[in-house]
Design a protein around this ligand. Structure first.
Ligand code: TMP
Length: 220
């Protein structure tokens, strides 16, 4: 069924993921297969999903309780899977997602402890079926470095934290738990994971991503 290629970008806060997704988008725009690329982000990526993103990240009037938060992430994912990802892969497109279910395992599973990582994985599978990325770039940053980078961002004028980021900064070992969550899924589904040391320079990481992507394209 899967004629296309499904690639995800993952990582904890301040790992440089957004920068790398942006650079990869620029690369894709100049690529011979440029018409085949579709970029999405989670939560979001559909009209409903973008509304859910606002609710889950910035709605402080009646902030979602942990289980509601989990369900909102899954609702956004169900929408984007059925409306965008599955049809695009059937057509042979290259879908690039900024976050997918590994984020839910790391954040709602290991870090927030809403359910165990195994339960989150099962829940995800029972709702979405077996949609699994072909390749995942995981930008790995240790908990200490993540927290330090985040504090630096906080000190920069104009850098505003969303609801979840504020809660995360209040909990000292949150970043460590996010790392543990990513390690859990990276071990379990190691064949699709390409782990990148996020302390490397932006250019080095970009090169590594481009080379790994091109290799994957040839294998497909
Ligand atoms: P972003 O800043 O990379 O766009 O991610 C948005 C936030 O949403 C980030 O704090 C991680 C969080 N998130 C989860 O907690 N669970 C999920 O399943 C997803 C997709 C994101």
């Amino acid at each position: 069924m899967n004629k296309g290629l499904f690639i995800t970008f993952e990582g904890g806060d301040a790992c440089g993921k957004s920068t790398q997704v942006k650079l990869f988008k620029e690369y894709a725009n100049l690529h011979p297969l440029k018409d085949k690329f579709i970029f999405i982000r989670e939560p979001g990526g559909t009209v409903l999903g973008e509304e859910i993103r606002k609710l889950v990240l910035n709605y402080t009037l009646d902030a979602p309780v942990p289980k509601a938060e989990l369900m909102l992430f899954l609702a956004s994912r169900a929408q984007i899977c059925e409306k965008v990802i599955v049809p695009a892969l059937k057509e042979g497109k290259i879908v690039i997602a900024d976050r997918f279910y590994d984020s839910t395992i790391a954040y709602q599973g290991m870090a927030r402890g809403i359910m165990s990582p195994e339960e989150i994985l099962n829940l995800n599978r029972s709702i979405l079926g077996n949609i699994t990325p072909d390749l995942t770039f995981y930008l790995k940053l240790g908990a200490e470095d993540a927290r330090a980078r985040k504090l630096k961002m906080l000190n920069n004028a104009g850098q505003e934290l969303d609801r979840m980021e504020m809660e995360e900064m209040a909990e000292i070992d949150f970043h460590q738990k996010v790392c543990d969550g990513y390690d859990y899924i990276a071990n379990l589904e190691s064949e699709r994971f390409h782990i990148i040391d996020a302390r490397k320079s932006i250019e080095e990481i970009q090169q590594e991503i481009k080379q790994t992507f091109e290799k994957k394209l040839i294998q497909k």
